[in-house]
Write a new protein. Sequence first.
Length: 351
Amino acid sequence: MILDNLGVPIVLAPLAGGPSTPELAAAVSEAGGLGFVAGGYLSATELGAQLDAARRLTSAPLGANVFVPGDGPSEPSTYRPYLEHLERWAGDAGVELGEPRYSDDDWEAKIDLLTAQPPAVVSFTFGCPQREVIEAVRSAGAEAWVTVTSAGEAREAERAGVDELVVQGAEAGGHRGSFADRPDLPMYGLLPLLTLVRDAVSLPLVASGGIATGAAVAAVLAAGARAAQIGTAFMLAPEAGTGDVHRAALATSEPTALTRTFTGRLARGIRNGFMAEHEPYAPIAYPELHYVTAPMRKAAREEGNADLVNLWAGEAHQLAQELPAAEIARRLAADAEAALASARTGRNPAR
């Protein structure tokens, strides 16, 4: 298992949509953790180029993450009222919207790429692939990981033959990795979820969600995780591709909330005007609504308008530090080791 050979128990969250860069992934791997290149929203060709760039920067193991496509296009009647609402609003606000469309995110081509040129780990988000895909990844020499948000999903992934699970608590920033989005989606905090998943399956676990300090890393290790997957805490690193407006928001103490307003799939981000105004109307319709709001979000990032940007962030975002990624990884690991040692001796760790 790749986790047995890491120098530090830190896994970089994929951070699709901008913050993910080859430089960030390579820096975390060079520090002894496992860096990930995010494949979400990229073509297979673009993902291959990103992986090649990361490989030129490090000989250490790397991971690649891909989105599992859903069951097909959303029924237009589910999102048409919201689209009409947004079109009226955009006309008054002078905002450009895109057209709703379905995409499988270049799924088959990405699987072909990752089985022909496998990284150390291929991880899957938004679902569990069929057993044949898992077996193809493993036969190519990569480990297959799946993100889960419930014990039921964990059992399904174990039956499919995956190697390890990324256990995503409700505190995590960005999209929920649930196999299916629905109105009654269960929400478990990370520590209770780790307990439930450990009871349900025997696979190694990586903990994800709101982890921003060494003490938090120590907590999930003590709860049975083999490593901590961390995203938001790396988003201010100079290697990250995080935009200026997003960086400024992360440095505040503004609260986060779960929303479907930007993409039609539940995600956690820093509260802003768009979320507040449109959340009551937003349906489940991913990726159609992602493409509707994409031009608006791109323009808002360029203009520095934080109210129209999806400011994905975990609940502890204000603890992120503007440090090189390797230093962040090493500090988190050292502080976690100190926290665990302090717990054994009964002393109070600093962080």
